[in-house]
Design a protein around this ligand. Structure first.
Ligand SMILES: Cc1cc2nc3c(=O)[nH]c(=O)nc-3n(C[C@H](O)[C@H](O)[C@H](O)COP(=O)(O)OP(=O)(O)OC[C@H]3O[C@@H](n4cnc5c(N)ncnc54)[C@H](O)[C@@H]3O)c2cc1C
Length: 401
């Protein structure tokens, strides 16, 4: 296996790193630059998005012909890591969740008309979308087969949708919702994916759910559908293929979480290193204490494990598609979610009281990190996926290619 980056990817890496250092990180320490989501405010975001687009650092996940960068997954792994060296980075380059995954799935399975109507505005005008799967008890959460939001045919060419979802990221800013609905009780074919425009009659944002950490733009919302009628042309793939749509979106989207979290984890180490190089106690610098070096060494080792797991899964997707990499993505997501949490925790500890303050971004990352072990599949679900694959595949589980 060859880890050499192509000249194009090296160039993207260097330019993203410089952009983040020069234009994004300087905004982090001024609270005036934050919005109600504890994220970059709209005015700054729009200026930076324009600049990123002008510099060709825009939509790395979609093909060049439609205005993106057309990077392979391996290249995205490099760029997203650099982008999220700042907490504000991914949104600036249009590679933040959930739009990142929504653009990806529309590009992969949308019809030409669906791409024109829903995908193009995301690339050209920075329009936004959301993915609406999760429901409160007794609806679908970890187990999507429990989804209750229903769609029944209306005439020959429309659907009528009723139900509710919650924790829908970006909902307040979204123009459309890729919604998983129940269209039959036939096992394995219960679900269908239908795009619901925000302005559809009967669609409502019930509330923004208050959460412990910072939010993606548009928050995490509870939404409801009351007799919402949408045309059949808004359906993605066939009736009964909702889970296929979900997996097409979720497998690479989970891996892009890993890519971004690795950047945040590296940032935690950098902030910790700067402090321990400067701070002295009991006669020596913290950086010279072996016990402190053990803590930093463990985080460095874990980041490198996460990078290798992520790069391997990216390489698999580039060669064989998302299905082939499903268990690898699950294991990478499981590992990187825990790693981000440990990296932020270690950096806070080594910064002492300063780490617990808002004088650094560590407490932001720490609160943000807790969601990583729940969203897009809780840790336990990814362990279940890995164990299930091992049970089925036996020694083939360990194949590299
Ligand atoms: C910040 C954030 C953003 C989100 N964004 C979106 C979004 O945009 N769109 C969307 O549709 N959803 C979104 N979600 C929802 C997320 O995908 C779900 O929270 C997740 O899939 C788990 O579902 P649940 O919350 O219903 O947990 P439940 O299914 O109720 O499970 C609760 C807990 O039970 C345990 N558990 C569950 N299954 C198993 C098992 N098989 N074995 C062992 N233990 C198990 C786990 O510890 C799990 O955390 C978001 C969640 C968060 C936190």
């Amino acid at each position: 296996m060859d880890f050499t980056l192509t000249p194009e990817i090296q160039d993207v890496q260097a330019r993203t790193r410089a952009f983040v250092a020069d234009h994004i990180i300087p905004l982090e320490m001024n609270q005036a630059n934050y919005d109600e989501h504890e994220n970059l405010n709209h005015a700054n975001l729009e200026v930076l998005r324009e600049r990123a687009r002008a510099e060709g650092l825009w939509c790395p996940q979609v093909p060049k012909e439609i205005g993106g960068m057309g990077l392979p997954m391996v290249g995205q792994a490099v760029m997203y890591d650099e982008a999220n060296f700042s907490i504000f980075g991914p949104a600036v380059f249009n590679c933040a969740a959930p739009d990142d995954g929504n653009m990806r799935v529309l590009n992969e399975i949308g019809t030409p008309e669906q791409k024109e109507k829903w995908l193009k505005p995301m690339i050209v005008d920075g329009k936004r979308g959301a993915i609406a799967m999760t429901e409160q008890h007794p609806g679908g959460g970890s187990d999507p087969t429990m989804i209750q939001t229903s769609a029944i045919p209306q005439g020959n060419d429309h659907w009528k949708i009723n139900g509710s979802k919650w924790f829908i990221t970006g909902a307040m800013w979204a123009d459309f919702f890729i919604t998983l609905v129940r269209t039959s009780d036939e096992p394995r074919r219960q679900l269908t994916a239908i795009i619901v425009p925000r302005d559809a009659e009967g669609f409502e944002i019930v509330r923004k759910v208050p959460i412990m950490g910072p939010e993606e733009h548009g928050g995490h919302c509870e939404i409801s559908f009351k007799d919402v009628v949408v045309p059949d042309e808004n359906r993605l793939l066939n009736v009964g293929q909702g889970m296929r749509v979900a997996q097409t979106r979720l497998v690479p989207a989970r891996l892009t979480h890993c890519m971004r979290w690795l950047g945040l984890a590296r940032r935690c180490m950098e902030i910790a290193q700067a402090y321990i190089e400067e701070r002295e106690g009991f006669g020596i610098k913290l950086a010279d204490r072996e016990s402190v070096q053990m803590m930093m060494g463990e985080v460095a080792r874990d980041i490198q494990i996460g990078r290798l797991m992520t790069m391997h899964a990216a390489w698999l997707i580039d060669r064989h598609g998302g299905r082939a990499a499903m268990k690898n993505v699950s294991m990478a997501k499981l590992f990187c979610a825990g790693l981000l949490h440990r990296a932020a925790d270690t950096a806070i500890q080594l910064n002492g009281a300063r780490g617990y303050s808002k004088d650094t971004i560590l407490e932001w990352i720490y609160r943000y990190a807790r969601q990583a072990r729940i969203l897009d599949g809780a840790d336990e679900v990814h362990k279940m996926i890995a164990a299930g694959a091992f049970r089925r595949e036996g020694q083939d589980f360990w194949n590299w290619g």
